[in-house]
Design a protein around this ligand. Structure first.
Ligand SMILES: CC(C)(COP(=O)(O)OP(=O)(O)OC[C@H]1O[C@@H](n2cnc3c(N)ncnc32)[C@H](O)[C@@H]1OP(=O)(O)O)[C@@H](O)C(=O)NCCC(=O)NCCS
Length: 190
């Protein structure tokens, strides 16, 4: 079942990144990467056509308190996001346990430097040690081999395949993964 989440007071630091809640001032950085072709559609959403779209999504990020902004230390710019999403009923591997689904997006200019695995590992660590989650899930479209590599590098285990209806009106075969909290491992039969 859905674990509680509130990122508003959380700041995480990795060697190259700061993870913090989104702010209204992030609009330009957000629009800059979310409007680029080839980014959103791999996560199931349309590239932002204008700033108003970005502004509305940013408002939701701030209100829902479940999404981190990824700030690249060397530039100070926001270059991506990581969300701790609600679990779809059919995509809950342990309904009597607390968990969430990690979702992530990185600006195209920054792909291939291992930045997302660095960020995702920090979020996993925080969810397991501070929030005491039982598990996290993660999924990627079958054709998204870049995201598959992130999942693999972050220690998730394949769970199942499912069909996912995107905001674009398409249906994508999706691979789902789970990672249980090793500190609570004795409670699971994995
Ligand atoms: C998926 C994503 C987050 C990966 O982040 P990243 O920080 O680039 O991750 P990595 O640097 O570990 O690269 C992952 C793999 O992508 C591939 N890759 C990286 N940069 C690439 C590039 N410019 N062109 C082609 N492939 C590339 C590599 O195969 C790499 O695997 P490797 O380390 O074994 O060589 C990023 O590509 C992205 O945001 N994509 C669009 C949105 C998306 O797919 N979100 C996930 C939805 S499930």
């Amino acid at each position: 079942m859905d674990a509680p989440v509130d990122v508003t007071k959380v700041r995480l630091e990795t060697p190259r990144l700061l993870l913090r809640p989104w702010m209204d001032e992030d609009l330009e950085d957000f629009f800059a990467y979310a409007s680029v072709d080839g980014v959103g559609p791999m996560a199931g959403w349309r590239p932002h056509e204008n700033r108003e779209v970005s502004r509305a999504v940013l408002r939701r990020f701030i209100d829902e308190k479940k999404t981190f902004a990824l700030v690249l230390k060397e530039s100070g710019h926001v270059i991506g996001s990581i969300g701790l999403e609600r679990l779809e009923r059919s995509e809950d591997p342990a309904p009597d346990r607390l968990g969430r689904e990690i979702g992530y997006v990185l600006g195209k200019d920054h792909w291939g430097r291992g930045l997302m695995p660095e960020a995702v590992k920090a979020v996993i660590e925080y969810c397991f040690t501070v929030w005491n989650y039982d598990f996290l899930t993660c999924g990627h479209f079958l054709r998204n081999s870049r995201s598959r590599r992130v999942v693999e590098k972050c220690g998730f285990t394949f769970w199942k395949e499912a069909a996912y209806r995107t905001q674009l009106g398409t249906v994508e075969q999706t691979l789902l993964y789970v990672r249980y909290n090793p500190r609570k491992r004795e409670e699971h039969h994995v």
